[in-house]
Ligand binder design. Sequence first.
Ligand code: SAH
Length: 352
Amino acid sequence: MKKLIDKLQEDKYLKKEELDYIISNIDENNTLYLMDKADRVRKKIYGKEVYLRGLVEFTNFCRNDCKYCGIRLSNKNAKRYRIDKKSIVNICKKGFELGYRTFVLQGGEDLKYKDSDIVEIVKNIKKVCKENVAVTLSIGERSYESYKKFYDAGADRFLIRHETISKNLYEKLHPNMSYENRIKCLESLKKIGYQIGAGFMVGVPGQTNMDLAKDLLFLKKLQPHMVGIGPFIPHKETPFKNESPGDVRKTIVLLSLIRLLLPKVLLPATTALATASGNGRANGLKAGANVIMPNLTPEVYRKKYMLYNNKKSSGTEEATQLENIRKEIKEYGYCVDMGRGDHIDNMYVTQI
Ligand code: SAH
């Protein structure tokens, strides 16, 4: 096992069978060994810094029906909301005053926000913030032309998890969606010039360790700037309500593997990981993660953006939340960086 783990850093492709073997057989001791390696690689590239992104969940309307997700179209019990354009910009302005320099606008796939609306929001965020800030979009699938318009308006990054590279599993999880289009979106975004983020859930029903191994090889080939992963957590109003949640240690193992396979990647310790386990965030950071996304969504909406049961939310006002996160990060031996936190290859380009 240790030999295989050491091979990960040689920047040679591992075989999918070898990755499957690691994921399936790694024990607690070797998990610590793997985490330590990942942590060293992360420190060598990004130091002890943890980048913070202000997350704005601006709509929970969605046209899709992903089997695992609490805001799927068929969930008639979800209380739907949309935050208007002006308010979204104001939330970011307040975040800017607190020190945030990256904003992530995330939502269900909600076409009520037309391309021109997203363009306006992005431009206005850039205008009201008096310094160079980064805007990340996470609004699902749109056309190449739409993505290009958002980029030209100033959007810097785009998160769209590929969810799984197994076509068969993808189609089981996503009724009426196209696997090919999902991948095409990532390719278009990259071509346009965005810093792109892919990713997947760990332990979603029907997923095998071999599927995860293939996800890792896909990431290695795609070379995204960011990778978001977290454990699957059931939601009580979805077809997966009685399924078991994803394994936390497995998620940690995958975080470390991703750090070793893509040393320069921006890797968040996600809310799902913090929800699934009390020390999820601490272990995520110790396993190579270097990003945290505190929630700037106003309190009234936060409980409605319920992708899964008991989604962790601090329930405190933004300034206190930030203070708590700062303390927490320091406690784990890392430090907060409130800069834009670009991917290391983009740092000098975007910060002039
Ligand atoms: N609509 C956007 C944003 C999706 S929500 C898009 O399509 O990209 C962000 C991520 O939350 C999803 O990509 C999914 O991987 C994750 N997610 C959804 N439901 C979840 C659940 N039940 N447990 C854990 N993660 C979930």
